[in-house]
Design a protein around this ligand. Structure first.
Ligand SMILES: NC(=O)c1ccc[n+]([C@@H]2O[C@H](COP(=O)([O-])OP(=O)(O)OC[C@H]3O[C@@H](n4cnc5c(N)ncnc54)[C@H](O)[C@@H]3O)[C@@H](O)[C@H]2O)c1
Length: 394
């Protein structure tokens, strides 16, 4: 059989995640070749080029030029989330497959734009959310599928990401992070980091929802949300709430309670999950000195067992272990490359991507309207909507 040609990839966004994570990960993936890099900030682009350590890689400060001129089959979009949809759609229009960082977007309109662009293009689109590949989520999915936990009635998740002081401003010329204590003395020399655009912390929820909905094989139908005031208590110059908590109801009748925060100080782990079924419960640890927990009614357990589902995968490919998040960063990329080569379904397709972003957007709407419950649109084509067409009224 003829050997398949590797997929040639351009990466746009040479911030911390793009330059320090994505280049290495994509270079590790079998049948993937990084052939182009792009960032509008020249210094960051050159930093990325150095990290790539490959003289054949072409560099672009102009994204459209990369799409037009570079030898690429696909684009990895690793920019600020508010730019994800615009850049993804332009890549699809240029005939490139797209792999996009999490979260997909901050508006329902952008969810629809992506869904329609992918449907019209016939190209592959996948989200690169990696917690869904973590060993504990894979173990829990198996337990849920085998009915070991019974009907899952309640799930909790939180992403309480303590922020260091240098996460709010970047140096205008170099793109380097600048601590706010220095940045705020000379605002002309800095620009605001991507956290400013995330006016509501709950908008980062797709990172939590992705693994939860994967385990449940479900989608969110209704959302209500509460928020602290629209100004941080810790950084009074920041017009973002410190904490937002959403309650969600799924199509399969599970209730989710989810919290996000990106300002106040906190200890690791940032992520925390708890699944409660009619026959058992599983939970990750809230602090590093604690253990994860599992309780199974059928096993006549009085107390939950304390245990550790490992962070890195025991069955990871050797090359995957060199990627970030305990090897987890490798799999969204390898799954994307395989779906192009084998013309199969993407690991996290555009509907799953929209189903993680839209509940967060609706949570913001709810918080802004006195926490009223609001329905989440259904993005899948069906009787009411043909692929490539908007539903009526949207
Ligand atoms: N999955 C994870 O665990 C994880 C972790 C961190 C960040 N992320 C995601 O990764 C993405 C990037 O994060 P980051 O911290 O590196 O962000 P960042 O803001 O530091 O970097 C984004 C870069 O994109 C560039 N860019 C934006 N628009 C461009 C355009 N039109 N043309 C060329 N360059 C453009 C900017 O100049 C910037 O350098 C975000 O979507 C974030 O949510 C995911």
């Amino acid at each position: 059989m003829a050997k398949k040609q590797p997929i040639k990839l351009g990466i746009v966004g040479m911030g911390n995640r793009g330059a320090n994570g994505w280049i290495r990960t994509c270079q590790l993936v079998r049948d993937c070749r990084v052939t182009a890099l792009c960032d509008k900030i020249e210094d960051l682009l050159q930093y990325g080029y150095g990290r790539a350590n490959d003289a054949d890689v072409k560099c672009y400060t102009d994204y459209d030029k990369m799409l037009k001129e570079a030898d690429i089959d696909a684009v990895a979009v690793v920019v600020e989330p508010e730019n994800n949809v615009e850049l993804s759609c332009r890549a699809l229009e240029a005939g490139k497959h797209v792999l996009c960082e999490v979260p997909l977007c901050f508006s329902l309109e952008d969810c629809w734009k992506t869904v329609l662009a992918v449907e019209k293009s016939g190209l592959k689109f996948s989200m690169a959310e990696q917690v869904r590949y973590s060993p504990y989520m894979r173990a829990w999915k198996k337990m849920v599928d085998q009915d070991q936990l019974g009907k899952i009635v309640f799930v909790e998740g939180q992403y309480l990401h303590g922020m260091t002081d240098d996460r709010f401003y970047h140096d205008t010329k170099t793109g380097a992070r600048v601590p706010y204590q220095i940045a705020r003395k000379n605002l002309k020399g800095v620009y605001k980091s991507r956290f400013w655009q995330m006016k509501h912390p709950i908008l980062y929820l797709p990172h939590e929802l992705s693994p939860i909905l994967m385990v449940l094989d479900d989608r969110v139908e209704k959302v209500t949300c509460m928020s602290t005031r629209q100004q941080s208590y810790l950084h009074d110059w920041l017009p973002n709430p410190d904490l937002q908590v959403a309650l969600m109801h799924t199509a399969k009748d599970t209730i989710l309670r989810l919290a996000c925060c990106f300002t106040v100080h906190n200890t690791q782990p940032w992520h925390w999950y708890h699944f409660m079924g009619t026959k058992g419960r599983v939970e990750t640890n809230r602090y590093n000195h604690e253990r994860m927990k599992m309780w199974l009614a059928d096993s006549h357990m009085v107390e939950p067992a304390e245990l550790v589902w490992q962070y890195g995968m025991y069955d990871a490919l050797p090359e995957a272990l060199a990627s970030g998040h305990g090897g987890g960063d490798y799999y969204p990329v390898s799954g994307f490359i395989e779906c192009i080569l084998n013309d199969t379904e993407p690991p996290m397709d555009v509907y799953k991507a929209a189903e993680t972003a839209a509940p967060a957007v609706v949570a913001v709407q709810s918080a802004e309207q006195g926490s009223i419950p609001i329905d989440v649109p259904d993005f899948r084509p069906g009787k009411k909507r043909k692929p490539g067409c908007r539903p009526r009224g949207n």
